[in-house]
Design a protein around this ligand. Structure first.
Ligand SMILES: *[C@@H]1O[C@H](CO)[C@@H](O)[C@H](O)[C@H]1NC(C)=O
Ligand SMILES: *[C@@H]1O[C@H](CO)[C@@H](O)[C@H](O)[C@H]1NC(C)=O
Ligand SMILES: *[C@@H]1O[C@H](CO)[C@@H](O)[C@H](O)[C@H]1NC(C)=O
Ligand SMILES: *[C@@H]1O[C@H](CO)[C@@H](O)[C@H](O)[C@H]1NC(C)=O
Ligand SMILES: *[C@@H]1O[C@H](CO)[C@@H](O)[C@H](O)[C@H]1NC(C)=O
Ligand SMILES: *[C@@H]1O[C@H](CO)[C@@H](O)[C@H](O)[C@H]1NC(C)=O
Length: 634
């Protein structure tokens, strides 16, 4: 039985309709007249399609019909504003039909099932309003097809593999649609034109297409010949480091120059601005280096009052908190965090946020109170906060085992094991439960978490995960959020500037893939929009190119007899990462599937055939199985 519902586009049973072709006794006139009944909006343009005459190829040839030796060879119904349905099952009866064009009309709906026209050589459907994904096998078996023009529609989803596999393909136009994913490998010798301009494609251009006109690839995220080469992310990183380092050197040189100038009184008098008076004893924190700011808080005095958001917790004040030497834990995109031990010996974390001026003081307080009311074993408790206009401090419990990111990506001492499979499973179950809790409690937020990533999954002493930095979107400055927060790296935000209730599910999917593969999603290194071409490449490198046991983190122990369940989790991750928001899973669904996972495979071997991300071994196996089960049923 299928364990998990398929969520990707997947070849389905399609043969049933093939048995219901037209009856061969129909004349071509009857076939065309029947075909006409499913069209609409043709006005008077098809008036000469008339049952009383000598037929489509006798005497005056019917509008849009092409004949050879008295039989219909082509249909060319263009520029007619036609609507309705292209009734493929009916025109299958035209035995010599080789070319069809319905270009520049007003057809809507899914791609017609043209693959039944197995002798077709030429297909033009460009400039209509067809939409939706084309099935992977949409062109399967069309061994004569040479020209396909389906550009200027609204198609979505991947370029079907069956299209790339057409043995005689010579010309292909897919431009101005919303095809997404990578360009499949085209290998036809006679290919002379492939135009994929203005879609949502990414990744390398297949070698076979490297001599095409570069404009055929414009308006995508593609790389490689005939466009610029594909840089590996490592190279990019090196370049960024070089830029940062050389940038810093330039700044240092400037500082040196300026201080030299200011030391010279004659020069200084020309450059110096009138000195600003320091107001009272307040100092702007931004002027203090990160290491020194903990000391700064110690000196703040009574003004620094923490506001507690939990009634059951012992009170302490900022001075208590920072009396002992505060340890800098690290600095993130918002600011630094410190660990401090309060008088009863309990360790707390103080996190600075410098970009939280989106709401006023009262609203901020209310939002913190709301976050403080949350209580779940997988959600890190917010305990208190400190409010200043320029910056905020959020105080929460300390998690002794650090973040998931540190376990997955930092170098371990020799002999120290990586997280094993049972622990990783426990972590992802906890994460999913914590996230579901946030969805429930923060139901009015589009992004109940908003910043879900491995460094915001903390681990307590039993490696139970605790979600951190959740629910902050409403208070974070928009620009900063858009630049740094994970939700805004999602495909829907970079493409359509929107986030949805499924955006956090996407982050969960990335987290799952990261957890299983131990690979760092390179995209998070990039700031701002447009980073997800890289992330998509990353997801793809994880799943498409290494869709075998090899994909799993080599440091993951305890995987014996769990490979099937690991694979199931990988597939869940893929369903959560689905680019198309409509097809992406709801959190509820993801949670249910994650909850079903076990450490070990059950005795009844799982049937993975209901999946198939992009074909490969699993898909082809699934097809044969499904075909078999279909013929058994009759
Ligand atoms: C048309 O008919 C002629 C003569 O009967 C024949 O030689 C030719 O092959 C036919 N063409 C096609 C395309 O069937
Ligand atoms: C439809 O319009 C195009 C562009 O105007 C033209 O090239 C083509 O021949 C027209 N098709 C028919 C069947 O008239
Ligand atoms: C498309 O068809 C319309 C008539 O429906 C015609 O006016 C227009 O010129 C055609 N455009 C092209 C590019 O063929
Ligand atoms: C589709 O229509 C647009 C705008 O009318 C036109 O520029 C384009 O050439 C047409 N493409 C095809 C393939 O007919
Ligand atoms: C494609 O869909 C969008 C949004 O639904 C619509 O605005 C646009 O007109 C459509 N384009 C075509 C060619 O049908
Ligand atoms: C490629 O083109 C050549 C020459 O036109 C032809 O002989 C050959 O059959 C074609 N190959 C395919 C696979 O269509």
């Amino acid at each position: 039985m299928d364990h998990i519902k398929p969520c990707f586009w997947f070849p389905l049973l399609f043969t049933l309709a093939c048995f219901m072709g037209p009856s061969w006794s129909q004349t071509e006139a009857e076939i065309l007249l029947k075909f006409k009944t499913s069209l609409t909006n043709y006005g008077s343009q098809l008036d000469d399609w008339d049952a009383s005459g000598p037929g489509p190829c006798g005497g005056k040839i019917w509008t849009g019909v092409r004949c050879i030796n008295g039989s219909v060879y082509g249909l060319r119904l263009e520029n007619m504003s036609l609507k309705g349905v292209i009734d493929i099952d009916t025109i299958m009866g035209l035995q010599l039909l080789r070319t069809v064009s319905f270009m520049n009309n007003s057809f809507v709906g899914p791609f017609p099932d043209v693959s039944k026209l197995v002798y077709l050589k030429v297909l033009y459907l460009a400039n209509n309003s067809f939409s939706g994904a084309i099935r992977e096998d949409g062109f399967a078996g069309m061994n004569a097809l040479q020209k396909v023009f389906i550009g200027w529609n609204n198609f979505t989803g991947p370029i079907p593999r069956s299209l790339a596999a057409l043995p005689r393909l010579v010309q292909l136009g897919l431009e101005w649609n919303h095809f997404e994913g990578r360009i499949p490998d085209f290998e036809q010798d006679n290919l002379s034109l492939v135009n994929v301009a203005h879609n949502n494609l990414y990744g390398p251009i297949p070698y076979r297409l490297s001599n095409m006109n570069p404009s055929f690839f414009a308006g995508n995220n593609l790389c490689g010949k005939p466009l610029a080469g594909c840089k590996s992310s490592r190279k990019k990183r090196t370049i960024i480091i070089i830029i940062v380092v050389s940038g810093s050197l330039v700044i240092l040189a400037l500082i040196a120059a300026v201080s030299y100038i200011l030391k010279d009184p004659a020069m200084a008098s020309r450059f110096k601005e009138p000195e600003k008076k320091k107001p009272g004893n307040t100092v702007t924190v931004g002027q203090i280096s990160e290491e020194k700011s903990a000391n700064y808080y110690k000196k703040l005095g009574d003004n620094a009052r923490l506001q507690f958001v939990r009634s059951e917790r012992e009170r302490f004040d900022l001075q208590d908190l920072l009396r002992a030497s505060a340890e800098v834990l690290g600095s993130g995109s918002f600011g630094s965090s410190y660990k401090a031990v309060i008088s009863n010996g309990r360790a707390m974390v103080v996190k600075r946020f410098k970009h939280m001026n989106n709401v006023g003081k009262e609203e901020f307080r209310e939002h913190m109170a709301r976050l403080g009311s949350l209580s779940h074993p997988n959600v890190l408790s917010l305990v208190a906060f400190y409010y200043r206009r320029e910056e905020k401090l959020l105080v929460s419990d300390f998690a002794p085992n650090g973040s998931l990111a540190s376990h997955l990506h930092s170098r371990r001492a020799p002999g120290q094991p990586g997280l094993d499979w049972p622990t990783r499973l426990k972590i992802i179950k906890g994460v999913a439960n914590g996230l579901a809790y946030l969805y429930n409690e923060l139901s009015n937020l589009t992004l109940p978490h908003g910043h879900l990533k491995s460094s915001n999954v903390l681990l307590d002493h039993t490696f139970e995960p605790l979600l951190a930095d959740y629910g902050l979107i409403p208070v974070v400055n928009k620009e900063h959020a858009h630049q740094f927060m994970v939700a805004y790296k999602s495909p829907e935000f970079s493409q359509y500037d929107r986030t949805t209730r499924k955006t956090d599910v996407w982050s969960l999917g990335i987290l799952i893939l990261e957890l299983l593969t131990g690979k760092f999603p390179a995209n998070y290194l990039k700031q701002g929009k447009g980073g997800n071409a890289d992330l998509a490449t990353w997801v793809n490198s994880v799943v498409r190119e290494e869709w075998t046991g090899e994909v799993f983190d080599k440091d993951m122990k305890g995987t014996r007899n769990g490979e099937g369940e690991m694979l199931n989790l990988l597939k869940i991750g893929m369903c959560c990462c689905e680019w198309n928001v409509e097809r992406r899973w709801e959190l509820k669904e993801a949670l249910a599937k994650i909850e079903e996972l076990k450490e070990r495979d059950s005795d009844n071997a799982e049937d993975y055939s209901s999946y198939g991300s992009e074909g490969d071994v699993h898909t082809s196996r699934a097809i044969t199985e499904e075909d078999f089960s279909f013929s058994v049923q009759g």
